[in-house]
Design a protein around this ligand. Structure first.
Ligand SMILES: Nc1ncnc2c1ncn2[C@@H]1O[C@H](COP(=O)(O)OP(=O)(O)OP(=O)(O)O)[C@@H](O)[C@H]1O
Ligand SMILES: [Mg+2]
Length: 461
C-alpha cells in the first residue's frame, strides 16, 4: 500500500533532514518547507495527508499557518512541533484545530506511532466526509421530482422548514408518496446535515423495545441491562430523529415522547440524571390520524404538538403531470444501476401510466419501472412489459369513457357525484371497504376518509 505524503514545515535544517530520512525509511513520502509562506504554498500544491508544523517560524507564526490551512481544509491533520515546556501555546493550537503536538527534541519512535494514529484518523475522516457528501447528493432537493402545483408548494414549505428552527415536523400522506424521502431531505439540506439522522419505525418494534431504543437505559435498569446503552434521542443529539409510522406508537410511549419534544429533556430507563438534547423531530404516518385521535388511540396533545408544521404529500393520481418527469428520473437511476441504456417509455405505455390511479403512489411507479428494466431488454418500455393491474385498468378507463358521464347544462355538484359513486362502490362490494376502494382506484384509507366526510362510516361500521 502506498504510504502517505507528509509535509514538514520547520526552519531547522537538521530537523527537516532527520525527519525526511527517518520517515522515508518507513515508506512515507516527505516534502519540506523552511518557512510559513513556502509551507502554505506547498500545502496547497501538494495536499499532503499530514503536516508537521513548527510553532516558531522565521516569517509568519506557526499558529497563523495553522489557522490559514484549517480555514480552507477543515479535515487537515496537523501536528505542531513546539519548544520544550511550551504547553500553553501547544494547548492553544489544539483549540484552533491541531491534531496533537510534539515537543522538541523528539523521539523518532514516538513520532512514528503518533503519525500512524493520526493517519488512521485522517482516513476515517475522509470516509465519513465522502459518505456524507454521497448522502447529501442523494437526498438533496434536486432529487425530489415534481413540478405540479401541489409539489411546488410542498417543496417551498420543505425549503422553509429545513432552514428554520422548527423542531417538530409532521409528514402525512398515503403510502409511497415520499415521506421518508422528504424527511431525509429536510435533514440533509439543513445545518444539521453533518449530525446524525436517526430513524425508527414505530410499527416494527414492540413497546418495551421502542422505549429502550429511544431513551436508552442505565446498567441494571432491568435484567438484561448489563451495560449502559444510549438511546436514539441521545445519539441523534444535534441532528434529526425520524419517527416513522408514529400512529402505531403506544399511548404510554407517546406521553414520554411529548415530554422530550416539549422540554428537550429525558432520562434513560432506570436513570435519574436529566439528559438535555437539541433535536429536530420529524414524525410521519400514512394513516388517517384524526380518526385515530378521535378513537382515543393517539394523544390529542401530542397530535397538536406534532402538527405545528404539517406537510401533506398528495397522492400521485392528484399530480399526474409529474409522471413523465418521475419516469425519466427512475429510468436514469436504473440505467445507471443496471448499466442499461433504456431510452424511455412508449407513447402507449405513457397512456397506461396516465390512466392508472397508482394506489401505491411513487413507490409503485418506481417498482414498475425497475421490474420492466430488470426483466426486459428493449430500448423503450412497452405495454407488454407492464404488470397486469396496469393493463386491466385500461378497461376501466374505457368503460368510464363509454359510460359517458356528461356535465348537465345547468352544472353539477362534484361532491354529490363523488358521494354517489362511493355509495355505489360500497353497495356493489357489500360494504367491503378494501374491495370498494380497489374498485375506485383508492387506498382503503383514502376511501375511509371520504366515507367519513360523507357520513357513511357511522352508518355501517
Ligand atoms: N418526489 C419524488 N421524487 C423522486 N422520488 C420519489 C419522490 N417521492 C417518492 N420517491 C421515491 O418513492 C419511493 C417511496 O417513497 P417513500 O419511501 O419516501 O414513501 P413513504 O411516503 O415514506 O411511504 P410509506 O408510508 O409506505 O412509508 C422511494 O424510493 C422514494 O425515493
Ligand atoms: Mg415511509
Amino acid at each position: 500500500m502506498k504510504k502517505a505524503k507528509i509535509l514538514v514545515i520547520d526552519d531547522e535544517k537538521l530537523l527537516r533532514w532527520s525527519l525526511q530520512q527517518n520517515l522515508a525509511k518507513e515508506g512515507f513520502s516527505v516534502i519540506t518547507a523552511e518557512n510559513g509562506t513556502s509551507g502554505l504554498q506547498l500545502f496547497n500544491e501538494e495536499q499532503p495527508e499530514l503536516t508537521l508544523l513548527d510553532i516558531h517560524l522565521p516569517d509568519i507564526s506557526g499558529i497563523s499557518v495553522l489557522e490559514k490551512i484549517k480555514k480552507d481544509n477543515q479535515d487537515a491533520i496537523i501536528i505542531m512541533i513546539t519548544a520544550y515546556g511550551d504547553i500553553r501555546t501547544a494547548v492553544k493550537t489544539i483549540k484552533i484545530g491541531a491534531y496533537d503536538f510534539v515537543e522538541k527534541p523528539f523521539n523518532m519512535d514516538k513520532i512514528k506511532i503518533l503519525l500512524d494514529k493520526a493517519l488512521e484518523t485522517s482516513s476515517l475522516r475522509k470516509e465519513v466526509h465522502q459518505f456524507r457528501t454521497q448522502l447529501s447528493r442523494k437526498y438533496g432537493f434536486k432529487n425530489v421530482i415534481g413540478k405540479s402545483n401541489e409539489m411546488v408548494k410542498v417543496l417551498e414549505l420543505v425549503k422553509k422548514v429545513s432552514k428554520s428552527d422548527a423542531t417538530t415536523i409532521f409528514l402525512h400522506g398515503e403510502s409511497g408518496t415520499g415521506k421518508d424521502l422528504i424527511a431525509k431531505v429536510i435533514h440533509y439540506e439543513d445545518r444539521r446535515s453533518d449530525k446524525p439522522f436517526m430513524d425508527i419505525n414505530c410499527t416494527a418494534l414492540p413497546e418495551t423495545l421502542i422505549e429502550s431504543e429511544l431513551f436508552g437505559y442505565e446498567k441494571g435498569a432491568f435484567t438484561d441491562a448489563k451495560n449502559v446503552k444510549k438511546g436514539l434521542f441521545e445519539l441523534a443529539d444535534g441532528g434529526t430523529i425520524y419517527l416513522d409510522e408514529i400512529a402505531d406508537m403506544k399511548l404510554s410511549t407517546q406521553a414520554k415522547l411529548l415530554k422530550v419534544i416539549e422540554n428537550k429533556i429525558f432520562k434513560r430507563i432506570g436513570g435519574i440524571k436529566d439528559i438535555v438534547v437539541d433535536l429536530r423531530v420529524i414524525a410521519s404516518t400514512n394513516k388517517n390520524i384524526t380518526e385515530i385521535v378521535k378513537k382515543g388511540d393517539f394523544r390529542e396533545d401530542l397530535y397538536y404538538r406534532l402538527k405545528v408544521v404539517p406537510i401533506y404529500l398528495p397522492p400521485l393520481r392528484e399530480r399526474k403531470e409529474d409522471i413523465p418527469q418521475l419516469v425519466k428520473f427512475f429510468i436514469d437511476e436504473f440505467n445507471n444501476e443496471f448499466r442499461k441504456n433504456v431510452k424511455g417509455i412508449s407513447k402507449e405505455t405513457e397512456k397506461y401510466f396516465l390512466g392508472y390511479p397508482w394506489p401505491g403512489n411513487i413507490r409503485e411507479l418506481r417498482n414498475v419501472i425497475e421490474r420492466a428494466m430488470i426483466l426486459e431488454n428493449a430500448d423503450y418500455i412497452l405495454p407488454q412489459h407492464l404488470p397486469g393491474e396496469l393493463l386491466s385498468n385500461d378497461l376501466h378507463v374505457k368503460d368510464i369513457a363509454d359510460s359517458q358521464i356528461k356535465i348537465p347544462p345547468g352544472g353539477m355538484n362534484i361532491e354529490e357525484v363523488e358521494k354517489e359513486l362511493i355509495k355505489q362502490a360500497l353497495e356493489q362490494k357489500k360494504w367491503n371497504q378494501t374491495k370498494a376502494a380497489k374498485l375506485l382506484g383508492l387506498t382503503r384509507d383514502a376511501l375511509r376518509y371520504r366515507m367519513q366526510k360523507f357520513g357513511f362510516l357511522d352508518e355501517k361500521t
